[in-house]
Design a protein around this ligand. Structure first.
Ligand SMILES: Cc1cc2nc3c(=O)[nH]c(=O)nc-3n(C[C@H](O)[C@H](O)[C@H](O)COP(=O)(O)OP(=O)(O)OC[C@H]3O[C@@H](n4cnc5c(N)ncnc54)[C@H](O)[C@@H]3O)c2cc1C
Length: 415
């Protein structure tokens, strides 16, 4: 059906490796071109929600089983405790009950473990991985796309998938829409073995600061602190500096949370300013398609960046594996993905601002909303109900801010 079609995937992150695995399983000849010399990820973890687990299961049952074995499968009676900074409980979010209802669990997992599983899945399915080489730009005619590489060479393919992250060079060439925007807060992330909090799931709210905690495996907790701050300040102080500055900020917080942060090794910390982009309808230019953060970088408030990248990979493999002409297949991919993900990007931006509680009044309003709702964010429930093949809910798109964007509009692929 695929007639020996070839695909170059730019970037071997979660999105690129998932796409490589899914496309190779669909019979395409895939080469991943990754700029870094090694497939590795920062020390922290991430949350795979039901939509991401469904996507992983669709790529292969072995991948889904591997994720469940390497991560922490949330049990049917588990709750996520939402508390204020001194440990007063605001809500007990029934994350296990949601899993029971949706027929799939949430699985928090270490990034290194997920990346390793995806790498092995991609290679096992026949994908070739080229490390230490960057994609620089692309050119195409009606029949082929030519991908220029940093080693001076070029690779020809039927399709180029741009999974080269938030600062994607392929997106810059395709949409020319400038850099991503800073959202006013940074993130300090870490992992720790042997914390007294293990295996609790927690959200801890402070003033201009929110901490998310989850078990990532049988011994390890991972945590993410989002801190309201000017751009660049926290990344500039490095891992050890950020860890000690965060510990200072937490001085009068709930003691087990403070200890969890203090017990984290600086080498296991990553510091990332949080950016997103306005959603665009155009993800495709002829034989070139954007995927993951290259297409839709978003605030981490809903924990959906990697989950939606896994969804992208499954839909891309469905359309390209169907044997349709590449241009037509990629237009179908864009149609199936852009609207759903636009809603998630916009909701994540709004929820991220709420989560910060940047002023005393905003912090009080956030805490009382979470108390009355009984959870951090009710909209997540709609989003995680996605399933391959178009089943599951489709969140209502909030079109505020969409109409004037470059690359938005008809959803037509370009040249
Ligand atoms: C604080 C925080 C918490 C988060 N928590 C969650 C969560 O709980 N759940 C969730 O689903 N998501 C979460 N995310 C989002 C998630 O991490 C990202 O959406 C996801 O990692 C994106 O994957 P990607 O493969 O698209 O991009 P990336 O992970 O950025 O991978 C891009 C890859 O491309 C390579 N590359 C870059 N340029 C080139 C080039 N020119 N040529 C070749 N290779 C190139 C890079 O080296 C990299 O390997 C979080 C993000 C943050 C910041």
């Amino acid at each position: 059906m695929t007639g020996g079609r070839t695909v170059v995937v730019a970037g071997g992150g979660i999105g690129g490796l998932a796409a490589a695995a899914a496309l190779a399983h669909s019979g395409l000849a895939v080469t991943v071109v990754e700029r870094a010399a090694h497939i590795a990820d920062a020390g922290s973890g991430l949350m795979l929600y039901q939509n991401g687990i469904a996507a992983a299961d669709a790529i292969s049952s072995r991948l889904g089983a591997g994720i469940r074995a390497a991560g922490h499968v949330v049990g049917p009676d588990d709750v996520r405790v939402v508390m204020d900074s001194v440990g007063q409980i605001l809500a007990r979010e029934p994350i296990g009950e949601v899993g029971r209802r949706l027929g799939l669990p949430q699985v928090p997992i270490l990034r290194t473990a997920l990346r390793d599983l995806l790498f092995r899945e991609a290679v096992g399915a026949g994908a070739e991985i080229r490390l230490g080489t960057a994609v620089e730009c692309y050119d195409q005619d009606g029949a082929r796309v030519s991908v220029s590489l940093s080693d001076g060479g070029a690779q020809e393919a039927d399709v180029l998938v741009a999974a080269d992250g938030i600062n994607s060079v392929v997106r810059a060439a395709m949409l020319r829409d400038g850099p991503p925007q800073y959202l006013g807060y940074t993130s300090v992330r870490g992992r720790v073995v042997g914390s007294a909090l293990h295996p609790m799931s927690l959200v801890v709210n402070g003033l201009g600061l929110q901490i998310f905690v989850a078990p990532a495996d049988a011994q390890t907790l991972y945590w993410t602190a989002k801190i309201t701050a000017p751009q660049g300040v926290w990344p500039a102080i490095g891992q050890a500096g950020a860890l000690s500055a965060l510990a200072d900020r937490l001085a009068d917080w709930h003691e087990p949370v403070v200890r969890m942060v203090r017990d984290t090794a600086p080498a296991d910390v990553s510091v990332t300013d949080i950016h997103d982009r306005d959603p665009v309808w155009r993800w495709v230019d002829g034989r070139v398609a954007l995927l993951g953060d290259a297409a839709h970088p978003m605030a981490p408030a809903m924990g959906q960046g990697a989950n939606t990248a896994l969804e992208d990979a499954v839909v891309l493999a469905e359309v390209l594996g169907s044997g349709a002409h590449p241009g037509e297949a990629l237009r179908r991919y864009q149609t199936q993905r852009a609207e759903r993900v636009a809603a998630i990007v916009l909701h994540s931006r709004r929820q991220g601002a709420v989560d910060q509680g940047a002023s005393r009044a905003e912090a009080l309003s956030r805490d009382s909303a979470m108390r009355s709702r009984g959870r951090k964010d009710a909209a997540t429930l709609d989003v995680i109900d996605w399933r391959p093949g178009g089943t599951g809910s489709r969140p209502e798109v909030d079109r505020r801010g969409l109409s004037s964007l470059s690359g938005t509009g008809s959803g037509e692929a370009g040249s």
